[in-house]
Design a protein around this ligand. Structure first.
Ligand code: BG6
Length: 489
C-alpha cells in the first residue's frame, strides 16, 4: 500500500470533555497516531479542557495513560509519545459559569493559529451553553470551527432548537456534526467502489438488486450507560444516525463531485424519499427487541435496574420511493448483546433470470455484494462458480474477498480509526464526511413517527436472549417475504 499523509496547516484544537471517555479512548489516540504518521505540523497545539482542576502535567499524565491503554504498544516509541505530549496543555473550564474560559483564551492568544477547532466531547445538554460561552469569552474567531457528537437532539423539535443555538454562534460551514461511521474505511470504500468502477453502476438499482440488508450487531451491552440508553434506545442511538447514513451512502445518486455540498445534497434526497412509517404500519415494518439474561449474561433490565423500557434491538423495513429503488426493501437492524460483532451492508441481487444448467447441477443462489465494516474491514462478492474438478457441472458458492488487511498488505491495526480521518478533516475544513443540519432534520422527521407509533400502539420490546440472534419478530420480518437475514458471524 502507498501511504500518503498530507500534513495539515498549524492548528489549535480544544477538546472540551478532555478528561472523558471519548477523549481518552478515541480522540487522543487518533491525534497521536496522526502525529506518528507525520501529519501534524510541529506547532499544532491541543488543549484539554474539563471541569476537573488539574495541571498541564497531570493532563499529560492522563493522556500518556490513555495512549498506553488504547494505542497498540508497538506504536508507542518514547520519542513519539514525548513529542505528542509536548503538544498538550490543559485548562479547567466550567460551562455552567464560564469559569476558566478567559484563561483558555489567554493561553490560545499566545501565538494563536489561523485554524481553531473546538471539540465538544461533552453531554449534549451542554452544547448550546458551550457555544454561547465560547462566543462571550471572545474565543470564536474567523477560522474557528466546532465539532459536535451525536445525539443531535432527542427528536426533530429538540434537534432544531439545538441547531439554532449552535447556529447562533457558528456558521453552518463551521459546524462539524460527527457520525463516526462515515469515517470508517469501508464506508468510504463503498463510495470509491460505486463511483470509480463502471461495472457496478448498471447493477445498482431495482432491476438487479432484490433487497439490501444493513446490520450493525454488537456483543456489548449498555456498558454502564443504562440511564442514557433508557432515554434513547437503539433507534435514537444507532438508527437515526449511523444506520441511516449507511443507507444514504448505499442508495444515493452519484454526487456531482466528491465534496461536501454535493454529497450532502444526495444523501438528503434519499432521506426525503424514505416512505414514512407511522402508527398504522409500525407493527408491520419494525421490530423492537430487548435482551434478557441468558447463560450467565445479565439482561438489560438487570443492568439498568427496574423500569427498562428502551429497545436494545431494532429492525426496520424501509422503502425508498424513487425510480432507482422502487420496490427494493432496505432492511436495517442493530442490536446489543447479539451473538457476534458484525457490521455490514449487503446488497442481495436477484437470482439469475434463467437457469441453463441441469437440475442436478444445484441451485444458483443470489449474488451478494457485501461491505463489511466490522470487525475486519472487507469487500466481498458472493458468486456462483463451477465446483472444481471432474464430475460434471455442479454449482457452488464462492467468495471473492478483498480483505483490506491481508490483500493490501496491511497489518493489524494499520487501518486508520474513523476518528483519525474525521478529526483531521475538521482541521482541513472538509465537511464531506459530516452531517449537514438538513440531513439531521430529515432523519428525525422519518424516525420520530416510528417512535411515536410504538407509543401509540403500545408496542413493547420483544425479549431476546443475550448472545443470540435477536428477537424472532425480526426473523419473521424477512421470512414472510421469502427472504432471510444474513447470519451474524
Ligand atoms: C455509538 C453508540 O454511537 O456507536 C454506541 O452510542 C455504540 O451505543 C457505538 O456502541 C458503536 O460504534 P462502533 O464504531 O463500535 O461500531
Amino acid at each position: 500500500m502507498t501511504k500518503r499523509t498530507i500534513p495539515v496547516a498549524p492548528f489549535d484544537l480544544v477538546i472540551f470533555g478532555g478528561t472523558g471517555d471519548l477523549a481518552r479512548r478515541k480522540l487522543l489516540p487518533a491525534l497521536f497516531r496522526r502525529d506518528l504518521a507525520g501529519q501534524l505540523p510541529p506547532d499544532a497545539r491541543i488543549f484539554g479542557a474539563a471541569r476537573r482542576d488539574i495541571s498541564g502535567d497531570e493532563y499529560r499524565l492522563l493522556a500518556d495513560q490513555a495512549l498506553l491503554e488504547f494505542v497498540p504498544v508497538g506504536e508507542l516509541s518514547a520519542a513519539a509519545v514525548a513529542r505528542f505530549l509536548a503538544r498538550l496543555d490543559y485548562r479547567a473550564v466550567d460551562f455552567a459559569t464560564g469559569a476558566g474560559l478567559p484563561a483558555l483564551a489567554d493561553a490560545i492568544a499566545v501565538s494563536p493559529r489561523d485554524i481553531r477547532a473546538f471539540y465538544l466531547a461533552v453531554a449534549p445538554d451542554q452544547f448550546a451553553r458551550a457555544c454561547t460561552q465560547l462566543a462571550q469569552a471572545g474565543l470564536v474567531a474567523p477560522g474557528s470551527r466546532v465539532v459536535v457528537e451525536k445525539p443531535f437532539g432527542h427528536d426533530r423539535a429538540s434537534a432544531a432548537a439545538l441547531a439554532d443555538a449552535v447556529g447562533a454562534v457558528f456558521d453552518e460551514r463551521a459546524i462539524y456534526r460527527i457520525d463516526h461511521y462515515l469515517g470508517k474505511e469501508t464506508v468510504q470504500n463503498l463510495m470509491a467502489l460505486r463511483f470509480a468502477n463502471e461495472i457496478f453502476e448498471p447493477l445498482w438499482n431495482a432491476r438487479h438488486v432484490d433487497h439490501v440488508q444493513i446490520t450493525v450487531a454488537e456483543t456489548i451491552g449498555v456498558e454502564g450507560r443504562g440511564a442514557y440508553y433508557e432515554q434513547v434506545g437503539a433507534t435514537r442511538d444507532m438508527v437515526q444516525n449511523h444506520l441511516l447514513q449507511l443507507l444514504c451512502l448505499t442508495a444515493m445518486e452519484p454526487p456531482v463531485a466528491f465534496e461536501a455540498a454535493s454529497v450532502h445534497d444526495e444523501k438528503l434526497k434519499v432521506l426525503r424519499s424514505l416512505r414514512p412509517i407511522g402508527a398504522a404500519d409500525v407493527a408491520a415494518c419494525t421490530v423492537r427487541g430487548q435482551y434478557r439474561a441468558h447463560n450467565g449474561v445479565p439482561g438489560y433490565a438487570d443492568e439498568v435496574g427496574g423500569g427498562a423500557h428502551a429497545e436494545t434491538f431494532v429492525a426496520v423495513q424501509a422503502q425508498i420511493l424513487n425510480g432507482r429503488w422502487s420496490g427494493v426493501p432496505f432492511f436495517l437492524r442493530t442490536g446489543k448483546r447479539l451473538r457476534a460483532r458484525m457490521s455490514e451492508i449487503a446488497l442481495v441481487f436477484r437470482p439469475a433470470s434463467f437457469h441453463v444448467f441441469a437440475p442436478n447441477a444445484g441451485p444458483a443462489p443470489s449474488n451478494v455484494l457485501r461491505f463489511r465494516l466490522q470487525p475486519d474491514e472487507a469487500v466481498q462478492q458472493v458468486i456462483t462458480i463451477k465446483d472444481p474438478g471432474p464430475g460434471g457441472m455442479r454449482l457452488r458458492q464462492a467468495v471473492l474477498d478483498l480483505s483490506f488487511s491481508s490483500d493490501l498488505g496491511l497489518g493489524d491495526g494499520e487501518l486508520p480509526d474513523a476518528y483519525e480521518r474525521l478529526v483531521l478533516d475538521v482541521v482541513r475544513g472538509d465537511q464531506t464526511l459530516f452531517m449537514r443540519r438538513d440531513e439531521v432534520d430529515a432523519a428525525w422527521k422519518w424516525v420520530d413517527p416510528i417512535i411515536e407509533g410504538w407509543a401509540e400502539r403500545g408496542l413493547m420490546p420483544e425479549l431476546y436472549d443475550a448472545g443470540g440472534r435477536g428477537p424472532d419478530g425480526a426473523m419473521r420480518l424477512l421470512h414472510r417475504e421469502g427472504r432471510a437475514w444474513r447470519d451474524i458471524v
